[in-house]
Ligand binder design. Sequence first.
Ligand SMILES: *Cc1c(COP(=O)(O)O)cnc(C)c1O
Length: 365
Amino acid sequence: MHSAPAPASDFRSDTVTRPTPAMRAVMAAAAVGDDVMGDDPCVNALQAVAAERLGFEAALFMPSGTQANLVGLMAHCGRGDEAIVGQNWHTYRWEAGGMAVVGSIQPQPLPHQSDGTLALEDIRAAIKPDDPHLARTRLVVMENTHGGRVLPLAYLRSVRALAQEQGLATHLDGARLLNAAVAEAALEERDVWEAARDICACFDSVSVCLSKGLGAPVGSLLLGSRDFMARALRIRKLLGGGMRQAGILAAAGLHALDHHVERLALDHALAARLASALAAAAASNPALQGRFAVVSAHTNMVFTETPASLGDALLAHLDAAGVLTTGSLYGGSTRLRWVAHLDVGPDDVARAAAAIAAFTGSAPA
Ligand SMILES: *Cc1c(COP(=O)(O)O)cnc(C)c1O
């Protein structure tokens, strides 16, 4: 056994979650077979359970969300076809250009509205007419949650209606679909899976990450119709995503779907608590008064902004205090992203707030 790293309060991402003892136990005991031959009972069970709960005919287990999205886009679009995306969608910005590089799909990126959505009129205007000079627009891609924000269901239904009217397919990058479903279910006091199915009903295909807030070590799912999944299966093979005794991983995913979905509400509550604790700590600190703002706090993510001149010192100070976040430049500000998940709790919030309160404006010596 290698030794555990020193415990930090790790708010960098919900991907840092480690499998719980109960999850490790089901992984160790998982019945397995060769999934490329269709023989792995845990993979088959995971795919069947996810498809049923999310209202699709079929699902396919993948090593990563990036691959689930790429396979989905390639199953919709052929060489030279076009997909409409958001400038900041993961599928466009954060997947190494895979749709273009590997899929020969032309992305048509659109700017975002302040709530993260793409304006319907922008989508409509981007759809190309049938003309041999132009790429063929085939697909509209959405992302939910995006930067922690839930895209409103009424909006997704309008996107669906527009796509149908224009003969386009729709794909959802639902890496954090269940965070969106948990947030919507809480507002309306209804079943999480029912809320998730309502979102999924707006799309021909959906990808979902098991390895983020759901806490599995590895894996994502692509969901869609049986015919779509037959195409996806060949593309997954082409990309090298066929895994053999993958049931060890699928068992973790099944455990996550059974035990880690409703609890996402705890992450959302913790993020809200973190947002107010950070704001209060900054307000009490002369070095940060008026220079530290919580700019967004939705589902399990909080974003804060500090003048860029303080950014490096603040990150170094937090790091020295054992508080990990990710920072990026955003206009003239350093934007920090704080993500709540299974492996952080109230003590980590207190530690983060104490570190913000103790920041002197310079990096530790
Ligand atoms: C994390 C993420 C993915 C996929 O990420 P992998 O690291 O490849 O599993 C896709 N879309 C969004 C929005 C994500 O946050």
